[in-house]
Design a protein around this ligand. Structure first.
Ligand SMILES: Nc1ncnc2c1ncn2[C@@H]1O[C@H](COP(=O)(O)OP(=O)(O)OP(=O)(O)O)[C@@H](O)[C@H]1O
Length: 644
């Protein structure tokens, strides 16, 4: 058969199938033009063939793969609102993630999935929206701020501010969120501000910002009252009539909500139990002898029929097999096959090499994204007032304690040497260990949100990392400066302006290096407890090599290198230099003659194997150690992100 003739037959078959769904008459599907790949203009037809999805799992200590989606073939035409249903665990989310090119890195997708004849790929991030089952937000933002930031991250950079504002207003109005536009989303369960239903609607509104041609919604109505659920599905219905393609998993829809879906895909144990128009589904089940009682919600009937009933799993599995096997040879499958074949055939003959969908969308510049993420990070930090107050109070309290304890003890005598070195050690330790442990949870706690946004193509790992670090910086500088201001003057350390400012600079540098070390450990390990258990021995290494507990020149040869990694040593040495530079005539009165008296500042430094010449080296070394930890931390985050 020549190609032109074959194409014509396939096209007629596919168009007949398309015509079966009367909703398609208004959709853009009929405007399909196969000489050019342009889903934004002509709508999206999604077709998939022999798709299997496996997830990585450990069985009896062996790595293996478990098949979740079992050899499914299907198609969804432009202008369809599809309900993807099945009992819990039947593989709905897994299949939908595979179709949306958003499957986790731990899973393997086999088979072909096409969008208007073109294999799915990275472009799906921009072409489609994906509303997830769980909502993750930055809780300290208001609804409006969230929408604005997401709009700037998602939309074309040429979108004007007024157009974006108008879009947000419209979406909030349509989803009944206008009254809470200035309300905080809520930080966590205990500080919940938006209700669960409002969060779901906000999540839906976020996906609609880009007005995607293809929308995947994972249980968008779960947790909503029947009115809100109906409103959301009615909105989807409206979008579908304008040519959009919407695939939606849904649990227990009311009869009214269910009737709004044009197509139904029933999944059972990873297989297709039915795919076709919602109207024909009952007929298919009736023919097989499964009759829906009158006045019974058909959606509930399908789920009940395909569910694994506890206690009679074998009988349920037999029912599922019976239905799936019959569906696989039914007339419905033939109709679908025609559409699928048509899509694959056209895909083969279409020249898609030159098409680059991503070129048409001008994403925001990386520095705009960096600024948006920095702003969001700052709001997260500063609006968490209870945590902020506790941190500030703690820092001030420790500074006061140090000041009060050392008040009057730091003199130019032998006891004064011990007091000065003690105060220096306490200052360095407070700005090393506390921040290092405090930051361990900073990255893991917003990893789910970061991964989701990263996978949606909103920003790069680098933008996220730098914005997060930059947002932490002002807090670290302010709290450390306050701490040094109180502790330095109250304890009576060297009363010169130069001494104070240099000390403040060194302490700020110290806390930043400690934070970078904590960030590295938090990104290098999978959980906070395992990061913590490796950080503790590392702390001891830092302490031993600080210079205060052993004379550094006496460290065993095979271990002496380790002092150069110890920023506690650099910090202690530089603060010691500030205190003892140009100090002469330290008194030896009332001093125990068995221990040599230290009369000069240089003697004090010699005691610890420190040197006045090392001040610049110490500052640069601390800076370098901080940079190296950040590079390592970033690399770990990058590798982890790519694996997910
Ligand atoms: N990474 C994974 N490792 C092991 N099993 C997995 C993994 N991901 C999914 N599964 C299993 O695959 C099955 C299908 O999961 P999926 O989330 O797709 O179900 P679902 O139909 O969306 O369920 P629900 O309606 O409850 O959300 C479940 O039994 C689940 O436990």
């Amino acid at each position: 058969m020549n190609v032109v003739k074959e194409r014509k037959i396939l096209q007629i078959g596919a168009m007949e199938t398309l015509a079966m769904d009367d909703r398609q008459s208004t959709s853009s599907a009929n405007r399909r033009n196969y000489t050019r790949w342009s889903p934004m203009e002509e709508g999206v037809t999604l077709a998939w063939r022999d798709v299997n999805v496996y997830v990585h799992c450990k069985q009896k200590r062996r790595n293996g793969y478990k098949r979740i989606v079992n050899n499914v073939t299907g198609a969804v035409k432009a202008g369809s609102l599809v309900a993807l249903m099945g009992s819990s665990g039947s593989g709905k989310t897994t299949l939908m993630s595979a179709l949306a090119f958003r499957n986790p890195g731990s899973s393997v997708v086999e088979g072909d999935i096409l969008v208007n004849g073109r294999p799915i790929g990275d472009y799906m991030r921009y072409l489609s929206g994906f509303m997830h089952q769980d909502d993750f937000f930055v809780g300290s933002l208001t609804v409006w701020e969230h929408m604005y930031i997401m709009g700037r991250l998602k939309l074309d950079r040429r979108t004007s501010k007024s157009a974006l504002n108008e879009k947000i207003e419209d979406l909030l109005r349509n989803l009944g969120l206008t009254k809470c536009k200035n309300t905080r989303i809520g930080l966590n369960e205990s500080q919940k501000v938006l209700s669960g239903g409002e969060k779901k609607r906000l999540s839906f509104a976020t996906e609609l910002l880009t007005d995607p041609q293809l929308l995947f919604c994972d249980e968008p109505t779960t947790g909503l009252d029947s009115y809100s659920a109906q409103k959301i599905v009615a909105m989807m219905n409206l979008m579908a009539t304008s040519g959009k393609t919407i695939v939606c998993t849904i649990h227990q829809p009311s009869s009214e909500v269910f009737a709004m879906f044009s197509q139904l895909i029933l999944l059972a144990d990873g297989r297709i139990a039915y795919m076709g128009s919602t109207a024909n589904a009952l007929k298919f089940f009736n023919v097989l002898g499964y009759n829906c009682p009158s006045n019974y919600n058909p959606a509930d009937f399908y789920i009940r029929t395909l569910a694994l009933t506890p206690g009679s799993e074998d009988a349920s599995k037999q029912t599922i097999r019976h239905i799936c096997d019959h569906f696989a040879v039914s007339e419905y499958v033939k109709e679908i096959d025609i559409v699928v074949q048509y899509e694959f055939h056209m895909g083969r003959s279409m020249d898609t090499a030159s098409v680059n969908f991503c070129n048409t969308l001008k994403q925001s510049f990386w520095w705009t994204k960096l600024c948006l993420l920095f702003y969001r990070g700052l709001l997260l930090y500063w609006r968490n007032t209870s945590l902020l107050t506790v941190r500030m109070m703690q820092k001030i309290a420790i500074a006061l304690l140090i000041g009060i304890c050392y008040f009057g003890t730091i003199n130019n005598d032998q006891e004064g040497i011990q007091a000065t070195q003690g105060a220096i050690f306490i200052i360095v330790a407070e700005n090393t260990f506390n921040p290092m442990y405090a930051v361990l949870a900073a990255f893991p706690e917003d990893r789910p949100l970061f991964l989701r946004e990263y996978k949606s193509g909103l920003y790069s790992v680098g933008s996220y990392y730098f914005a997060k670090i930059a947002a932490m910086l002002p807090g670290l500088v302010i709290e450390t400066f306050l701490f040094t201001l109180i502790a330095y003057w109250l304890a009576g350390l060297r009363p010169t302006n130069d001494g104070f400012w240099l000390t403040a600079l060194i302490v700020i540098l110290t806390i930043n290096v400690a934070t970078s070390c904590g960030i590295f450990f938090s990104n290098a390990f999978d959980s906070v407890p395992s990061a913590m258990s490796c950080l503790v021995p590392f702390d001891f290494l830092l302490l031993i090599t600080s210079g205060l507990f052993i004379k550094l020149s006496t460290l065993p040869n095979y271990f002496s290198w380790s002092r150069f990694l110890s920023w506690i040593m650099y910090s202690t040495e530089s603060l010691t230099i500030i205190q003892w530079k140009d100090v002469h005539n330290i008194t030896c009165e009332d001093f125990n003659q068995d221990i040599p008296c230290l009369r000069e500042g240089s003697d004090v430094l010699e005691k610890y194997s420190f040197s006045f010449d090392n001040l610049q080296r110490d500052l640069w070394s601390m800076f370098l150690i901080g940079v190296v930890f950040h590079i390592l931390g970033f690399t770990c985050l990058y590798r982890k992100t790519k694996k997910k």
